[in-house]
Design a protein around this ligand. Structure first.
Ligand code: C2O
Ligand code: CU
Ligand code: CU
Length: 473
């Protein structure tokens, strides 16, 4: 693989100063120190990493739930206990790593004030939320240190797991990697009628990788066009466990990694039941023993612990890296009635595209030969028109391709793996493109006009310019 640029060098040394923005404070690559600008004051750096001894596992962190109605969301340096009680420097939403889990009902109106307590510019994007373009967190709306941005949008879409994360030009990888991400769950009445596991039986899982510095702090050091962390984190916890009842659980899983794909499986070889993905519930449940999930993709999974004796331990594993991700410990015998519905939802199918657009993901920084330009509109899409978009690449995959402004339906994958997968059914907003592959999707923008983005969600590729603006007209 040839290196087009080492963004750990270039991006951090030479941040662009763009129209009207204050130049961000200089941040050395990966530093998460006490950089001021409204951040939490941090103690003396710790001498040694907070790695657990062999065999120790720590309780899975569950972020607090918040309503997005009247919410103030601050991005700032802070500290987090990744497990074992030592505090690590991170960047956090409202002091929480991951950020609070936002939960709204379809029909609510989200009113959120973002406060930038970072030493560099930022803006937050609601990945998967159907919002108009001034609420989408486009990088042109980034605010400098101390700045604020007000969001106000109706939550008007089917039930699903979305997420929120920073989206400033060339700084997204660093900010997400240092801890800025959270779940955003939308509920609706159709979903409620299914009686899926809820309350303590519905657990968000943000799976990602990370590298800790010698002080045990999160460290961002991308290499060769992608960040590859040395350890997995689930909900910001190192080597986590979760005590479970003998019940059916619903796990809302997000791959929150910058660049890593996870091959999820249960250590006992049992199947889990896939019921949904990026855009909400599938038509019907699918039992699977392995799911490969790319950055920014979401999964809605049922795992059945009924019938397992108290004391049973089951590991959620990543078969790609050979990692243990999360240990389920069956701790309590209960008798909670629950059933896996035979059908979940009705998904209208897009069809009859009037045009085909091809997007070639080239090198590590270009789409159709062009590096992202914040102020260039690369193409226009007629409102309400169904189109076929074809994603291809000349190499440097994986490219998890993400589109803002609408969900899409995956039609086919030719070359490479040569097939589509059960977790690519229904509504998606991110699809994995591997080397040699061509992926066709159907998409229709029928919610809002305005400027949206298509980009590679390998965040280092995004930051290097593998992104384009388009306008729905
Ligand atoms: Cu999750 Cu444009 O991003
Ligand atoms: Cu998005
Ligand atoms: Cu890419």
């Amino acid at each position: 693989m040839h290196a087009e640029a080492d963004i750990s060098q270039d991006n951090n040394r030479d941040r662009l100063t763009r129209g009207g923005f204050m130049r961000a404070a200089v941040v050395s690559a990966g530093a998460v120190g006490a950089l001021g600008a409204g951040g939490v004051s941090l103690g003396v750096p710790r001498a040694r990493a907070a790695r657990p001894g062999p065999g120790s596992r720590y309780p899975l962190f569950l972020p607090a739930e918040r309503s997005p109605v009247g919410l103030v969301l601050t991005e700032a340096p802070g500290t987090a206990d990744l497990g074992g009680g030592k505090l690590s420097n991170v960047w956090a939403y409202n002091g929480s790593f991951p950020g609070p889990t936002l939960r709204a009902r379809s029909g609510d109106r989200a009113t959120i004030t973002l406060v930038n307590g970072l030493p560099q510019e930022t803006i937050t994007h609601w990945h998967g939320m159907l919002v108009d373009d001034v609420n989408d967190g486009h990088p042109r709306f980034a605010v400098g240190p101390g700045g604020t941005y007000s969001y106000d949008f109706p939550v008007n879409q089917r039930a699903c797991l979305n997420w929120y994360h920073p989206h400033p030009h060339m700084l997204t990888g660093e900010q997400v990697n240092l801890g800025l991400a959270g779940a955003f769950i939308v509920n609706d009445t159709q979903e409620a009628a299914l009686g899926l596991p809820a309350g303590a039986y519905e657990v968000p899982l943000i799976v990602r990788d990370a590298t800790l510095d010698r002080g045990g702090n999160l460290e961002y050091r991308p290499r060769n066009g992608g960040f590859e962390g040395k350890i997995p984190l689930v909900n910001g916890t190192v080597d986590p466990y979760l005590e479970v009842d003998t019940a059916l659980y619903r796990f809302r899983l997000l791959n929150g990694a910058n660049a890593r794909i996870f091959g999820l499986a249960l250590g006992n070889g049992a199947s889990f039941t896939l019921i949904g993905n990026d855009g909400g519930l599938l038509a019907a449940p699918v039992p699977l023993t392995r799911i490969d999930v790319a950055p920014a993709e979401r999964l809605d999974l049922l795992v059945d612990f009924r019938g397992m004796p108290v004391g049973t331990r089951v590991m959620l594993r990543d078969l790609r890296a050979g990692w243990d991700l999360l240990e389920f410990r069956v701790a309590r015998q209960v008798n909670v009635p629950a059933a896996i519905p035979a059908t979940l939802s009705v998904i209208p199918t897009l069809s009859n595209p009037v045009t085909t657009r091809t997007f070639s993901f080239d090198g590590m920084s270009r789409i159709n030969g062009k590096v992202y330009d914040l102020s260039r509109i690369d193409f226009e899409v007629p409102f309400g028109q169904t189109e076929r978009w074809r994603f291809t690449t000349k190499g440097n995959a994986p490219h998890p391709v993400h589109v803002h402004g609408a969900s899409f339906q995956v039609q086919s994958r030719t070359g490479g793996r040569g097939t589509t997968y059960p977790w690519e059914q229904g509504w998606k907003d991110t699809v994995l493109l591997e080397d040699g592959e061509t992926v066709d999707i159907l998409i229709r923008f029928n919610a809002y006009g305005g400027i949206y983005l298509i980009h590679c969600h390998k965040l280092e590729h995004e930051d290097m310019g593998m992104m384009a603006n388009f306008k729905v007209v």
